[in-house]
Write a protein that binds this ligand. Structure first.
Ligand code: IVH
Length: 683
C-alpha cells in the first residue's frame, strides 16, 4: 500500500473503531460483531507496524501501549479540584435542609419560585481530570490535594469508555472532571480469579479503582478494568458554555464522554427528596457502588452567585445513604461443610445493619483468604454488603485487636487455622496443591454433606419433595432415621410423627409428597443425584443424550464428552460418581423403592424457534415466575443457564435485573422483556 493510502485507511479504521468503542462501552449498543471489531483492529495494527510514522497518540491500538513508569509526575491543576460538602443526615430532612440553605443564601422569600437542581449519583471511585486540547486527550490527572495531582494519562487511556478524541465541534481546550470507578461485576470477576489462584483479593471496588489508577505498569491497570463517568468541568477555552449544569452534562455526552443516565433536573426540596428516594430503591441493582447522590444548583449563573466556602462550593452537596461497610466484632469463626464437602470459613458477627439488612455471618471464602486477612475471634472488622452480593469481611481493624494483657502486645487469640479433620464427621480435610478450596473427604459418610445432599435431592428443581426442609432433614439425619435418599422412601407414618414438632397431618402430607416424587423425569433424577459439576442444565443434556440411566451409567469418558457442553472435568466427575459402589447401591435402592420415569422421553427433541438456544433469566418478570419461564423455555427445547457468557443467546430481563443484565449489555447480547419473550416463543 502507498503511504498516502495507508494513512487514509488508518484514519478510517481509527474512526470506525472508536465509534464502535463508544457504542459498546458508553451507549451499551454494540454496532459490530466482536469478530468484525477484532478484524478492523488487527488491520489497523498491521498498517501501523508497516508504517510506524503513521502511529498517532489517539490510535485505539495505543490504549495499552505505554511502558511501566518509575513514578508519577505531579500535575498542577489549572482550576483547583474541589470537594463537596457531605450531608450525613441520610433521611429526607437532609435534602430539605440543603434546599432551605440555598434559598436563604440566595435571599429567596416564600413567594420566590422553587430552585432548580441537577441531581446525579455520587460515584464511589476517585476523581480524575481529563484534559482535551483540540479534542485530543492529552493528559489525565488524579485530584491529589486539589491543587496538585499525579499524571496518570497512560493508565486512563486503558479505560475504553474514555474517548481518546472527542467528537463533534470541539472546544479548543476542555477539561472534563469525573469519577474513575470499578463496576461490581469487574470487581467480583477480578476477585474470583485472584481467589482461585490463592492471590490477594481487592477490598472493595473503590480501593480497586484507586489501586488500578496508581499502577505504574499500564498493563496491570488494564487487567483491573475501570469505568468512568463525567460529572463536571475544569479549565475551558474556546467554548460557548451552556447556561445550566444539566446542559453541560448533555454537551459532554454529545462529545462522546460517558455521562450516567441516572440524572435528573428537579425542582425544590421536594424534587430532591423524591430523587433521593428513587435512587435509594435502585441502589442495589446498579452495576456499581454509590454512597449517595449529589445535588447541584442547576443554573451556572446562580452557582456563581453562591460561590465557595474554603474548598467547597456552596451550590452543591452530597446526600449520603446508609453505609455499605460497617464495623462489628467477630464472635466466632466456624467452618461450613457444603454438599460437595467444600469447607468454607465463616465469621459469626455481632449483628450489624449494613447495606439495608442485618448481617450476622460473613464469608471468609477459603483458608488462604482467611489467613491473609488474619481475622481472629474478638477482632473488630469492617463488613461489606453491597448489591445482592453475600456479606464479607473486608479487613481487620488491628489497633482494636484484644490483647492478652494490658501491657503486652500479644494477641488474645491465635490466627485462624482450618481444622485438619471435618468438624462434622471427623474425616480428613484435604486441599489439593493447586486449589484454594479445602474439602472434607468423608463424602456421604459426613452428615453435613448428607444433609446437603438430601436437601438437594428433595429440592424443587430435583425430586420436588414439598415440605422436606432444613429442620426436618436435620432431625432425620441426626436421629439416624435417614442416611441416603433411598431411606426417604422407606419412611413410615410412625417414624415421622415421632419427630419433634411434627403434627400427624404434616407427617401425612410429607409422606404423600415423597410418594408423588416417585414419578419423575430422567433429567430431574440425574440432577437430584448431586454429582459434582452436574447442574440442572447438564443433567438435562445428559438425559437427552443418553435417554436412559443405564446408558449414562455405562458411558466411559469418551462417550460422556460427546455430550454438548461436557468437557473432561465434568466427564471425570460423572465417571467417578458411578464408579463408586455406594452410589450405585443407592440408585438401585431408589429404583427398588419405585422411583421411575419414562425412559427415552427426554430424547424426543422438540423443534421450535428456540430449540438449542441458551437463555439467562434475570430480575423479576411481570407475570411469570422464574420457574414458569424456565419450564416454558425447556418445553420448547431451549436451555436455561445460570450465568451470562458469549454463548448465551437471549437474556430475559425483568424488574431489578442486576449484574447479569449489565454483562449482557456489555457483550451485546439480545435482551428481551417478558412481552418480547412471549412473542419469540409464539405466545
Ligand atoms: S462534583 C465542585 N459530582 O465526590 C464539585 N463529585 O468530595 C466537585 N464525586 O472528589 C465534585 N460523584 O470524586 C461531583 N456526581 C458527582 C460525584 C462527585 C462522586 C466525588 C468526587 C469528589 C468527591 C467530592
Amino acid at each position: 500500500m502507498q503511504l498516502a493510502d495507508a494513512a487514509a485507511r488508518a484514519e478510517v479504521l481509527r474512526r470506525e473503531i472508536e465509534r464502535h468503542n463508544h457504542a459498546y462501552y458508553v451507549l451499551d449498543r454494540p454496532t459490530l460483531p466482536d469478530a468484525e471489531y477484532d478484524r478492523l483492529f488487527r488491520e489497523l495494527q498491521a498498517i501501523e507496524v508497516a508504517h510506524p510514522q503513521l502511529l498517532t497518540a489517539d490510535s485505539p491500538t495505543q490504549r495499552v501501549g505505554g511502558k511501566p513508569l518509575d513514578g508519577f509526575s505531579p500535575v498542577r491543576h489549572a482550576v483547583p479540584m474541589l470537594s463537596i460538602r457531605t450531608e450525613t443526615d441520610t433521611e429526607a430532612s437532609g435534602a430539605l435542609a440543603f434546599d432551605a440553605r440555598i434559598r436563604r443564601e440566595l435571599g429567596f422569600g416564600e413567594s420566590d419560585p422553587a430552585v432548580e437542581y441537577a441531581a446525579e449519583l455520587k460515584f464511589d471511585g476517585l476523581a480524575i481530570n481529563l484534559r482535551y486540547e483540540q479534542g485530543l486527550l492529552v493528559q489525565a490527572a488524579t485530584r491529589g490535594d486539589g491543587e496538585t495531582g499525579e499524571e496518570v494519562t497512560q493508565n486512563i487511556r486503558t479505560v475504553r469508555q474514555i474517548p481518546l478524541r472527542l467528537s463533534g465541534k470541539v472546544p479548543e481546550l476542555l477539561e472534563v472532571r469525573g469519577e474513575a470507578y470499578m463496576s461490581r461485576a469487574d470487581f467480583e470477576r477480578y476477585n474470583e480469579r485472584q481467589r482461585a489462584q490463592g492471590k490477594p483479593a481487592l477490598v472493595n471496588p473503590r480501593n480497586g479503582a484507586a489501586g488500578s489508577v496508581r499502577q505504574l505498569d499500564p498493563a496491570l491497570c488494564a487487567a483491573r478494568p475501570l469505568s468512568f463517568y463525567a460529572y463536571g468541568l475544569g479549565d475551558i477555552a474556546g467554548w460557548d458554555l451552556p447556561t445550566s449544569h444539566a446542559d453541560v452534562l448533555d454537551a459532554l455526552a454529545a462529545f462522546g464522554l460517558p455521562v450516567c443516565e441516572h440524572r435528573a433536573v428537579v425542582r425544590g426540596g421536594e424534587g430532591l427528596v423524591e430523587f433521593h428516594a428513587r435512587i435509594r430503591e435502585l441502589r442495589d441493582t446498579l452495576p456499581f457502588d454509590i454512597d449517595g447522590v449529589v445535588y447541584k444548583v442547576n443554573s451556572l449563573a446562580l452557582q456563581q452567585r453562591l460561590g465557595f466556602v474554603t474548598r467547597e462550593p456552596r451550590w452543591a452537596v452530597a446526600h449520603k445513604y446508609p453505609a455499605e461497610e460497617m464495623l462489628t466484632t467477630v464472635e466466632a469463626i466456624e467452618v461450613q461443610v457444603g454438599r460437595t464437602g467444600a469447607i468454607t470459613p465463616v465469621a459469626r458477627l455481632a449483628p450489624v445493619f449494613v447495606g439495608g439488612v442485618t448481617v450476622t455471618n460473613a464469608t471468609l471464602h477459603n483458608e488462604i483468604e482467611a489467613r491473609r486477612k488474619d481475622v481472629r475471634v474478638g477482632d473488630t472488622v469492617i463488613v461489606r454488603r453491597a448489591g445482592d452480593v453475600i456479606p464479607e469481611v473486608v479487613s481487620v481493624v488491628l489497633e482494636r485487636r484484644p490483647k492478652r494483657d494490658l501491657l503486652g502486645d500479644e494477641p488474645l487469640h491465635p490466627p485462624f487455622e482450618l481444622p485438619r479433620l471435618c468438624p462434622v464427621c471427623g474425616s480428613a480435610v484435604e486441599r489439593p496443591e493447586d486449589e484454594a478450596i479445602a474439602r472434607c473427604t468423608g463424602g456421604l459418610i459426613c452428615p453435613a454433606q448428607r444433609k446437603q445432599a438430601l436437601l438437594h435431592f428433595a429440592g424443587r428443581r430435583a425430586m420436588d419433595i414439598e415440605g422436606l426442609g432444613d429442620k426436618l432433614v436435620e432431625q432425620l439425619v441426626d436421629n439416624a432415621i435417614v442416611k441416603t435418599p433411598a431411606d426417604l422412601y422407606k419412611l413410615g407414618l410412625l417414624a415421622m410423627a415421632s419427630l419433634e414438632r411434627m403434627a400427624e397431618k404434616s407427617a401425612a402430607n410429607l409422606l404423600a409428597a415423597i410418594d408423588r416424587s416417585r414419578q419423575t423425569t430422567l433429567a430431574r433424577f440425574i440432577f437430584a443425584l448431586g454429582i459434582r459439576n452436574v447442574g440442572e442444565a447438564t443433567a438435562k443434556d445428559l438425559a437427552r443424550f443418553f435417554g436412559s440411566l443405564d446408558a449414562l451409567m455405562q458411558a466411559g469418558m469418551d462417550r460422556l464428552q460427546q455430550v454438548p457442553d461436557v468437557g473432561p472435568v465434568v466427564a471425570a466427575s460423572i465417571a467417578r460418581f458411578f464408579a463408586e459402589p455406594h452410589n450405585v447401591e443407592v440408585i438401585e435402592q431408589l429404583r427398588a423403592a419405585g422411583v421411575h420415569w419414562i425412559e427415552g422421553e427426554a430424547a424426543a427433541v422438540v423443534s421450535s424457534p428456540i430449540s438449542g438456544k441458551t437463555f439467562v433469566l434475570t430480575g423479576s418478570l411481570p407475570t411469570l415466575s422464574r420457574d414458569e419461564a424456565k419450564d416454558m423455555i425447556e418445553a420448547l427445547g431451549g436451555k436455561v443457564a445460570g450465568s451470562v457468557s458469549k454463548k448465551t443467546d437471549y437474556v430475559v430481563a425483568g424488574f431489578d435485573a442486576g449484574t447479569k443484565l449489565e454483562k449482557a449489555q456489555a457483550l451485546g447480547l439480545a435482551i428481551l422483556d417478558e412481552i418480547q419473550f412471549r412473542e419469540l416463543i409464539g405466545q
